[in-house]
Every structure is written in C-alpha cells, then in structure tokens.
Design a protein around this ligand. Structure first.
Ligand SMILES: *Cc1c(COP(=O)(O)O)cnc(C)c1O
Length: 471
C-alpha cells in the first residue's frame, strides 16, 4: 500500500515512513492510493472476531511494512480489557428504539482519543526501536489530546513528550490527569497564556528546522494517518454490534471538531462497510455544519471561535477536512489545491455550492450535519438522564441531538460517545445539579503530587527547556 499527498506531490510513501510525520512536504495530507474493498464474505468472517483481531485485519490492509506477526502482537497488546474496561472494547448499548451509543471512552483518559493514541504509542515504540531512533513529541493541548498522548507514551522507550497547555485554563480534573503523571519521559509545560499561545509556540519551534532536526521534534496531532486508521476499526465493530447480518445499513453520528473521527467513518464507508448516513455533529463552532448545509467552507477567525461547553469541538477550521474534499472532487489535485491553497489562502473560504461535486457530499458519500448549542446540550443531558437513566457528556449530547434529526426508519443510528461525563463535570452539574460518578481509579487525583513546569509564552524558553531535557 502506497500513500499520496492530497496536494499532488509526486512522491509515494509506505506506512512506516508517514507514521512519524505530520503534513506531506507540499502541505497536503496523506491518504492511501486506493481504499481496499471489503466484500460480504470478508465482513461475515470479521463479524465474529475479537476487537484486537479485527483491528489487525483492517490495519493489515494498509500496513505492509511491518511483519504481520509483529503487527498482530501490537494490536493484541493495545486493545485489552485491562486498558479499555471490557472484552468488547467498544460496547454498544441501545438507548431508545433504533438509537445506540457506542462507548469509545473507557480508555485511560476517558475520551475516544485513547482508541487511536494507545495504538500510536505502541507503533511509535516499535518503529523507533527498529530504527534505533528517538522522538521528542511537542504538542499543545487544551485538554483531551494532551492527556491521551501522555497516557499513550508514558514509559515508552525512545519517546519523550513535551506538552504545553495554557496555565490554569484546563478543568481541575484534566490538569490532575496530566500533571499527576510521574514518568520521566513526560514533561508538562504550563504556559502563561492561552491555548493559541501554546499552538504558536509549537509552530515556531517546528518552523526552526535546525532545532527540529537536532532534537528530533515530532507531533501526534489528529492529521496523523495512523490515528485516523485506528479509528476506522470501531466503525466496523459498531456495525457488527448493531446488526445481525451484513446486508443491513447502519448510520453513525459523530461529535466533530477537526473531522478526524468522522473521516475514519468515511474511510470505512469507502471500503464498503454498509453505512447509510454519516452525521457530522457540531457545536456553536459550526464551520462543518455550514459546509454540509450550504457548500461554503468558511474558516473562522479567533474572535468568531467560541469557547463552549463542548470544548473539544471548539475549532476554527477542521484540519482533516481536506481528506474528504479530496475524495469529493474526485481526487483532482489541481482542484484541491485551488480550494485549499488559493481560495482558503486568499479569502479564508471556498464555495462549492454551484459545483456538482457538492451535491455528492450527501448523495454519494452519505454526509449530513447538525448543530447544537449550550442550551441544547443541557436539555439533551437532562432528557437522557430522565428517560434512560444514562449520563452523557456534553460532546456526546451534541451528537445525540443531531442524530435525532437524521433518523431513517429501519436504519439503526449509532452515536459515538466521545468522552465520559466526569471529564466535563461543571456542565453536568449545571444540567443536573450534581456531579457524575467518578471511576475508582480517578478518585482523589486532584490531591496527587503534580509534575509541571511553568514557562512564559516564549518559544525560546520552550526550546531551552527541551534542549536541557533531551539527554
Ligand atoms: C477530540 C474530540 C472530539 C472531536 O473529534 P475530531 O476527531 O477532532 O472531530 C469530540 N469529542 C471529544 C470528547 C474529543 O476529545
């Protein structure tokens, strides 16, 4: 399997070459040259597999530069009941007639990002050992990504994590999750500033190519293809649990920010998984909902990016969206470059409303969208508690609201649960008047000793800290 860039760079790469990389050299995103096609006989065989074996089968179609026995061992080590809480790994439960919740949030940090990041940690350790190399991961987080990365990389050989976060701006629970890690290879850096300052620092350090090379700086952001690929697996697992046979279509609703999670659903559908509809659920930051309603993709500026009660979906642009648009325009790299380089670069937007390709987003690729607000989230959280005695987190609530607007008779609707309510306790208290129950392993974490340094919002200070801790 070879990988290409959405922007037309002539090079083709193998999986392990792009594993440790971010963007392609021309600024595009990596995608496989074609999507492997799954027939009904294969689906029938996969239906009975435990999650780790299903993951191995799917990953094998995209990874041909890791020996199968090694890849199988990596999957088996990653997807265990011990790490994810159940033998099913992503158990499905019916909430009401035809509406299901797929639990993706029972990993170490209680958000779905663990599903991919735990695999990434094991793949990184394997590949770095094979190369005899080291990697220093530099990231910026306002919550879920940083903790998922740290729990995936803690104690891993050849990897260090330097995670910047805005000082004092994460929830006490999120801070405690990250700062209580005592592993020597994990470095928490609290920046005196806001999340944008952290992102600017990461950009500035990555743009210093000499520093980047010398200190082997890498990232684990959501454009990483291996993360996206890992997420394809739970669409298959959800499908098998929602159906008894392989001739039934299923729809999925996905609380979306950077379009990584739902893009994995798109890949599963392109492989031939019978997905009826993919519902993109957004919050007040509705750049994606706007696109699927109007054909206009309009990136937001900082002042138009709202801080909401589903903060992991607070995005100004959706960094994986280019992957879907590439397929939407028939993989025409010139057209893709016009949209993402010329139009976005010049105007901050592009308009496909008059392009026949736009009609295909729904008709051919199955996409629909929905939007919800803070008030909607509170109503959904209360209603789900009252009618089904089930607590959902604010992101999953955004999904449930959008899902109910897109039901088709006879087609099961699977809503992806992207975090557990305890991570966003303040909104649960606002909706219900009480804190959600906390898993035992997180009791009292706010009181644990914290391992964090405070640095000014200055890339040079962060570089000096990295240099000092890299021996
Ligand atoms: C990251 C995240 C999302 C958004 O996922 P994308 O892949 O960026 O679309 C939604 N909900 C939660 C809880 C998250 O952590």
């Amino acid at each position: 399997m070879n990988y290409l860039s959405t922007r037309g760079h002539p090079d083709r790469k193998r999986f392990c070459e792009i594993l440790l990389e971010g963007l392609a050299p021309d600024g595009g995103l990596y995608l496989p040259e074609q999507y492997p096609q799954i027939d009904t006989a294969t689906l029938a065989k996969w239906r009975k597999l435990p999650y780790a074996e299903l993951a191995f089968e799917i990953l094998s179609l995209y990874i041909d530069d890791i020996p199968p026995a090694d890849l199988k061992a990596i999957c088996a080590k990653t997807y265990t009941a011990e790490v994810f809480g159940t033998d099913e790994i992503v158990p499905l439960r019916e909430l009401e007639d035809g509406v299901y919740l797929e639990a993706l949030s029972n990993g170490p940090t209680l958000a779905f990002k663990d599903m991919a990041m735990q695999l990434l940690g094991n793949l990184f350790e394997y590949e770095l050992a094979r190369r005899g190399a080291e990697l220093n991961i530099l990231g910026a987080t306002s919550g879920d990504t940083g903790s998922a990365a740290e729990y995936a990389m803690r104690g891993k050989k050849g990897v260090r994590v330097f995670m910047t976060s805005p000082d004092g701006r994460m929830s006490p629970f999120q801070q405690a999750q990250m700062f209580s890690l005592q592993d020597a290879n994990i470095h928490n850096i609290a920046i005196t500033g806001v999340f944008d300052d952290c992102q600017d620092i990461v950009k500035a350090v990555s743009n210093d190519l000499a520093f980047k090379r010398k200190y082997r700086i890498g990232t684990v952001n959501s454009i990483n293809w291996a993360r996206l690929l890992a997420q394809v697996v739970y669409y298959f697992a959800g499908y098998f649990q929602a159906t008894a046979a392989n001739d039934k279509p299923v729809s999925f609703t996905v609380p979306s920010g950077n379009f990584g999670n739902v893009c994995a659903g798109h890949v599963a559908r392109m492989m031939g998984l019978p997905i009826h509809t993919l519902v993109v659920a957004t919050n007040e930051n509705d750049v994606l909902d706007e696109f699927f309603r109007t054909g206009v993709y309009r990136v937001r500026g900082a002042v138009d990016t709202h801080e909401t009660s589903s903060p992991s979906m607070d995005i100004s642009k959706a960094s994986n969206f280019e992957r879907f648009v590439f397929d939407l325009v028939g993989r025409d790299t010139a057209k893709l470059r016009k949209l993402f380089v010329d139009d976005l670069g010049l105007n901050g937007s592009f308009d496909l409303s008059a392009d026949p390709a736009f009609a295909q987003a729904a008709a051919r690729f199955g996409f629909r969208s929905g939007r919800s607000t803070h008030a909607d989230r509170l109503v959904t959280i209360r209603d789900t508690d009252k009618r089904f005695a089930t607590l959902v987190d604010p992101h999953t609530a955004d999904g449930l609201k959008a899902a109910r607007e897109q039901l088709s008779p006879g087609v099961p609707m699977v809503v992806l649960e992207t975090a557990l309510p305890i991570k966003f306790a303040a909104t649960l208290v606002e909706a219900l008047g009480e804190e959600p129950a906390r898993p035992k392993k997180f009791e009292g974490i706010e009181a644990l000793p914290k391992r964090v340094v405070k640095l000014p919002a200055d890339a040079e200070a962060v570089k000096a800290y990295i240099a000092e801790h890299c021996d």
